[in-house]
Design a protein around this ligand. Sequence first.
Ligand code: DX5
Ligand code: ZN
Length: 223
Amino acid sequence: MQKITIAPSFLSANFADLKNEIKRCKEANIEWIHYDVMDYDFVPNLTFGSKVLKDIVNSSDFKIDIHFMVKVKTKRFEDFFSEYIKCKPTMMTMHVESMSKKEINMFYNICKTNNIMFSLAVSPKTNIKVLNKWIDKLENILIMSVEPGFGGQSFIPEVLEKVKHLAELKKTNGYTYSIEIDGGINDETSKKAIDAGVEMIVAGSYLFESKNFLEKVESLKHD
Ligand code: DX5
Ligand code: ZN
């Protein structure tokens, strides 16, 4: 079976008590955390910028997966990422729906110049064919299992077909991307996602709204 990574999404963390949220992740042996950046343009919600991430990074040693749900102006593209890059994320994910082909190439170059994993996300209604042009360069593909924008929504099971297809493509063509899923994850939906071929599981409300964080993390692994 594939190695499973659980990445808690800090969108559902208690921001008045981030120190404790970091502690809960450490106690559960979390290696990766998922950081959702939203702009009230690409999605109808606004979250945090690079300062909060910088503070998290300065008091922990997690690998950082930044999930950008933003529309960035072409001429400000390089600039936009600069403060996040200083936080040394391991991976940066942008939505294919938010960029032109030219911008996707710019994003790829920014990732590679800075030694950051290049990752693209697809929303539930987006056909994964849009990834074809970058499939051999991608180091991760994020399949959204809810419409991006909010935590606490219900899992859309139809997206599992995309996961199965990507897992199959990977096997037959030797592609090296990992497959990540985000949205509506709990112990039941994580099982379905793992069976379909997912390697990285993002969970927000299921973990942070629970008193027993460690137990909930374990319940997502199905090993
Ligand atoms: C939603 C975000 C998710 C969110 C998931 O657009 O990308 O990362 O935090 O939250 P849950 O796990 O509660 O669906
Ligand atoms: Zn996310």
